[in-house]
Write a protein that binds this ligand. Structure first.
Ligand code: SF4
Length: 71
């Protein structure tokens, strides 16, 4: 599974890294530091990734079976 974070949608609400602290982190301005990236998830972090996607009010996080082309 892959996670992709759309940097154009991220508004810095900070909910994603609060529920996925093993996977995501915050930058100095409160945005998720990994925005704009797409990467393959270790199996043990898929659940956290899904929690982060569910928590994001902007729909900026996608958890998919294949790598997103436009993350
Ligand atoms: S919850 Fe969504 S909008 Fe907020 S920092 Fe995370 S990705 Fe960005």
């Amino acid at each position: 599974m892959f996670i992709a974070i759309d940097e154009t949608k991220c508004m810095g609400h900070g909910r994603c890294y609060a529920v996925a602290e093993d996977l995501l982190s915050d930058d100095d301005e409160g945005f998720v530091a990994e925005r704009g990236r797409c990467w393959e998830l270790p199996a043990d972090l898929v659940a956290q990734a899904q929690d982060a996607a569910d928590a994001c009010p902007e729909g900026a996080i996608a958890v998919t079976e294949t790598a997103a082309a436009d993350a």
